[in-house]
Write a protein that binds this ligand. Structure first.
Ligand code: MN
Length: 499
């Protein structure tokens, strides 16, 4: 890997990008790492170079790519974060620092999964781009896993499959998700991997490639006649998802039909429907397999038209039809939105709630600095993330207390809470929680109910209402008893409170 390859990729993404800065970051990192070697025996600088290249491929912005080049400098060389800040400014330094912290944070008392999730959420609240760098770093480490001891290999692969890949999916960065999954699959289930790989890569793909070529030729010609400019590509399902399908649906390899699809990328939404019509006029569609994810996009924001037709030789053939923007979003997720913002100044598809919020902010943001500031303010400001010992994440308003947390988890836990452990230490019930805290509520089984004094410090509406309700109910019960129990049936029961 060379810096020129990275610069070429960046220029392809954005011809106006300031590549001199990338060059400078590279020189700094190269000098800093000197003649260090990786466990694989190659020069250390290859690792940051690959990390930066992966970032360039997912169209990350220039500061992110610079931080990718510099990400191991403070940790592994004699040059510290202040030098990075002085040389490259605070934006790049914060990204590098975020990466270093992500690797360093160590908490006791929780399992690794919870710990990693917590780090991720914390990093997301600071700057989402840190996560992108972490993904790129992890992907390259996975690619060079051969140089690592076998037990560590399995641990890294497992962690990547359980934590990194799903978060990449959550952020819609499919390209990184499937690459990570296939590598992890290889290390975690080597026998199955070999089997699927053999059947698929060696036996099936060459046969399929010929078929795809045939379909492509027919369609290309027809589209030309109709005057639609389209890019058509064959696309294979990746090994891990085939294997998962075999496992989950108890199918044999030969029973998995949708191992390939043809992807048609066109300029406009109108073209998508036009191409759909053309395909259906060429081959008979299987209407059970038609999905309009443009009219109604998937919850994660995915949009495309999917149709399966009986193609040449009557073979079931899936087409995925989409615009260039849909394609970029499907491949690069949140990262694509940055580059789209830069190029076109707009985004237009449905996204899951918090991503949608981020995107709305992005539309109005003046520049990427402003964007990040707004994300922090609007989405994560006033909210903190706290964790249960099991690693579940709860978001609460700022200044929330253990009692708010207890009621967020369950009414019973709120009503019966007596003490709280925050990060392993017993604390007062009115202590303010902070983002990243690990909170454990100790319940007193025989406790009758909440203390009205709690109303003085709880911050959530839910906790307030539950406490008031309980007190009112208790008073009525007492009153009822004094009246001979007759009032009992009028006591309100706990309603399910929708947030
Ligand atoms: Mn690294």
């Amino acid at each position: 890997m060379t810096i020129e390859q990275i610069i070429n990729q960046v220029k392809e993404n954005d011809p106006k990008a300031d590549t001199a800065k990338i060059m400078a970051a590279y020189s700094f990192a190269k000098t800093a790492h000197g003649d260090q070697l990786r466990k694989t025996g190659e020069p250390y600088i290859q690792h940051p170079l690959h990390t930066a290249f992966i970032l360039a491929q997912i169209k990350a912005d220039v500061p992110t790519i610079m931080a990718g080049l510099l990400h191991d400098v403070p940790e592994d060389t004699e040059h510290n974060i202040n030098e990075v800040r002085q040389t490259f400014g605070s934006e790049v330094a914060e990204l590098v620092d975020g990466m270093t912290k992500l690797g360093k944070l160590k908490y006791r008392g929780i399992d690794r999964y919870a710990e990693s999730m917590r780090k991720m959420f914390l990093a997301m609240t600071t700057d989402l781009r840190v996560i992108l760098i972490k993904f790129a770093d992890r992907l390259h480490n996975l690619r060079t896993l051969e140089g690592v001891k076998p037990d560590k290999r399995v641990r890294i692969a497992k962690e990547s499959l359980e934590i990194y890949a799903p978060i990449a999916g959550l952020l819609g960065i499919w390209r990184l998700k499937w690459q990570m999954e296939d590598i992890c699959f290889k290390y975690l289930h080597p026998e199955e991997y070999k089997k699927v790989e053999y059947r698929y890569e060696i036996e099936k793909k060459s046969e399929l490639n010929q078929y795809i070529q045939k379909v492509k030729t027919i369609l290309t010609e027809k589209l030309k006649e109709e005057g639609v400019a389209a890019e058509i590509d064959g696309r294979f399902k990746h090994l891990y998802s085939i294997w998962q399908k075999m496992e989950n649906k108890h199918r044999k390899f030969d029973e998995i039909y949708d191992v390939f699809a043809l992807r048609v990328v066109v300029p406009t939404v109108a073209d998508c429907y036009k191409v759909l019509g053309i395909i259906h006029s060429l081959w008979r569609p299987n209407y059970n397999r038609f999905k309009d994810y443009i009219a109604v996009s998937k919850p994660n924001g995915y949009s495309s038209l999917h149709t399966t037709v009986f193609g040449p030789e009557g073979k079931a053939t899936e087409f995925q039809i989409r615009t260039r923007q849909m394609h970029e979003e499907a491949s690069y997720g949140i990262a694509a939105h940055w580059s789209y913002k830069q190029k076109n100044g707009s985004t237009g598809t449905q996204q899951p709630d918090w991503v949608q919020n981020i995107l709305n902010i992005q539309k109005d943001a003046k520049d990427s600095q402003d964007f990040l500031r707004q994300v922090k303010l609007d989405i994560f400001h006033d909210r903190i993330f706290v964790f249960t010992p099991k690693g579940d994440v709860y978001d609460l308003p700022e200044h929330a207390t253990p009692v708010d947390f207890a009621y967020a988890v369950h009414t019973d836990i709120g009503d019966k809470c007596s003490k709280a452990m925050v990060n392993g230490k017993i604390t007062q019930l009115d202590q303010e929680l902070r983002s990243g805290d690990l909170v454990e509520i100790i319940v007193e089984k025989n406790r009758k109910g909440p203390n009205t004094d709690w109303l003085k410090f709880v911050k959530t509406k839910r906790a307030q209402e539950k406490i008031k309700l309980y007190t009112r109910r208790a008073r009525l019960t007492a009153l009822g008893k004094s009246m001979g129990g007759k009032i009992g049936k009028y006591i309100p029961t706990f309603r399910k409170n929708k947030k």
